[in-house]
Design a protein around this ligand. Structure first.
Ligand code: SAM
Length: 245
């Protein structure tokens, strides 16, 4: 299936992605619930459980492509209010929603919001104890560059965790999932935001993303040790983990 987005260069790809998230920022959280039938909440909870942030002050996480703050807020809460989370996103509209949510949740002191590109992180080497990215790396034009940046800003001993859509590994589920993503998701997108096309793009980007093992190999090539992954919901999503040792 082609949506006309197939042969775009890195710069074009980034501006398409930016358009999508500027358009949907205000409805983003609702869209997530509708499109994943609420499953994204379970996957995000599982990510933070695996991260297991320490319940003491002084521990810092960078949540890249952090959007409206879902991962950052969960991490701060799991640390019993001790962790500090920097939410980084290339899109100011998504961050603006995130800032509002942080205020409302009383988490503004534990979070800050930085508009920047995952390929060019505005932090010195060895700044963070953990780097998280959820449903974001697929949108980054040069994934190897983003992974190298992740490695650079982590402290030795730091943890990398990436949650992303992946390859469905159950024979019947994959057909159902395909029908859902190519038909239902753009339709829901159109109904809620008035435009289905951005969602067709997102579905297409899921299909093109490397599968579990290939992505694990990319993480290893970026320098990470003890790289592993786990599947959720039959591989609809996968969580990859690595350590900077
Ligand atoms: N992590 C959040 C979550 O799980 O709800 C948001 C995920 S949202 C699907 C993807 C985010 O990636 C968007 O907010 C988008 O602006 C951001 N993004 C896309 N390209 C980026 C880049 N090159 N650098 C940083 N963020 C980027």
């Amino acid at each position: 299936t082609s949506y006309g987005f197939k042969r775009v260069g890195a710069g074009d790809k980034q501006s398409l992605v930016n358009d999508v998230f500027h358009k949907v920022a205000n409805r983003y959280d609702l869209m997530n619930d509708l499109m994943s039938a609420g499953l994204h909440r379970l996957w995000k909870d599982a990510m933070v459980t695996w991260l297991n942030p320490p319940k003491r002050p002084g521990w810092k996480v960078l949540d890249v492509a952090g959007g409206t703050g879902d991962i950052a807020f969960r991490i701060v809460e799991a640390s019993h209010g001790h962790a500090h989370a920097t939410v980084l996103d290339i899109n100011g509209s998504m961050l603006a929603v995130g800032r509002d949510r942080a205020e409302k949740k009383g988490l503004a002191d534990n979070t800050d919001f930085v508009e920047a590109n995952a390929e060019e992180l505005p932090f010195p080497d060895a700044t963070f104890d953990a780097y998280t990215i959820a449903f974001g790396i697929r949108n980054v034009p040069r994934i190897d560059v983003a992974l190298a940046e992740a490695y650079r800003v982590l402290k030795p001993g730091g943890r990398f965790l990436c949650l992303e859509f992946s390859e469905v590994e159950m024979p019947l589920l994959d057909k159902a999932y395909e029908a859902w993503s190519f038909n239902a998701i753009p339709r829901i997108g159109k109904a809620v935001t008035g435009d289905g096309e951005p969602y067709s793009y997102l579905v297409e980007s899921i299909r093109k993303f490397p599968n579990q093992q290939n992505f694990a190999d990319m993480i290893t090539r970026a320098g990470f040790d003890r790289v592993s992954f786990r599947n959720y919901s039959g591989g609809i999503a996968a969580l990859h983990s690595g350590w900077k040792l």
